[in-house]
Design a protein around this ligand. Structure first.
Ligand code: SAH
Length: 219
């Protein structure tokens, strides 16, 4: 049985997809479909739940935020994911993007430095029925060598430069998206690995929480 809340959230979710995603040029049908389906409000802490489908990031605890829906859609679209993809995510946070990646790809390894966030995301993803996800506590700037190589890597925290282990863990024809720049303002970089060569395309401006390594902003 669905509750009234579920119906309200479903309506807000469809409006989000129409206005914030389609309306701003997101075209990938699989991305639009999955964002119309995955219950983003489940990943939002209770206090902010009524704002789950609004056009901005929201606090998730530990001074971190769940990204704005549009920027999530953009990153997913840039990755051109297929259902065969083995995916690495850096910065699990709430687990929302992890769930979307799990729907779009084959399986996901997600690394989070805050054990409390990792634990909450792990439990929630389990409860929502995701069985193709592994959440690991650690420093994602090192990637996760044990499960490499990856067809796609999504980094949800900003670094002043691309951490070298990440493109090195891409498979041939692998894609990676990462916000790069100083703490106040970054630009998304789309990185492709082809025949051992790395190709970088500069994309949209964005603002993410910092990628923290060894206790400070990754430089
Ligand atoms: N995609 C997430 C965004 C979370 S914000 C969501 O939808 O909720 C970015 C996350 O990256 C934070 O949870 C932060 O703790 C984490 N993070 C920052 N530096 C990290 C690092 N070096 N390794 C792993 N996670 C890191």
């Amino acid at each position: 049985m669905t509750s009234i809340d579920d119906e309200v959230f479903a309506a807000l979710r469809l409006r989000m997809v129409q206005t914030q995603l389609r309306g701003r040029g997101i075209r990938d049908q699989r991305v639009l479909e999955v964002m119309a389906r995955v219950p983003r409000h489940e990943f939002i802490i209770e206090r902010y739940r009524d704002q789950a489908y609004e056009d901005y990031p929201l606090p998730i605890g530990e001074e971190q935020t769940i990204s704005q829906p549009y920027i999530v859609a953009l990153m997913l679209e840039l990755l051109e994911l297929t259902s065969d993809d083995h995916i690495l995510e850096v910065g699990t946070g709430s687990g929302y993007v992890t769930a979307l990646l799990a729907e779009l790809g084959k399986n996901v390894v997600s690394v989070e430095r805050h054990a409390s966030l990792a634990e909450r995301a792990r439990e929630l993803l389990q409860r929502l029925g995701y069985r193709n996800v592994t959440v690991v506590v650690g420093d994602g700037s090192e990637g996760c060598e044990a499960c490499a190589p990856y067809n796609a890597i999504l980094v949800s925290a900003a670094a002043s430069q691309v951490p070298a282990p990440l493109p090195a863990q891409l498979d041939d024809r692998g894609r990676m998206v990462i916000p790069v720049g100083p703490p106040e303002a970054q630009q998304l970089q789309l990185i492709r690995r082809e025949n051992g060569q790395i190709h970088t395309t500069l994309r949209e401006a964005c603002r993410f929480v910092p990628l923290v390594s060894g206790g400070s902003f990754y430089v």
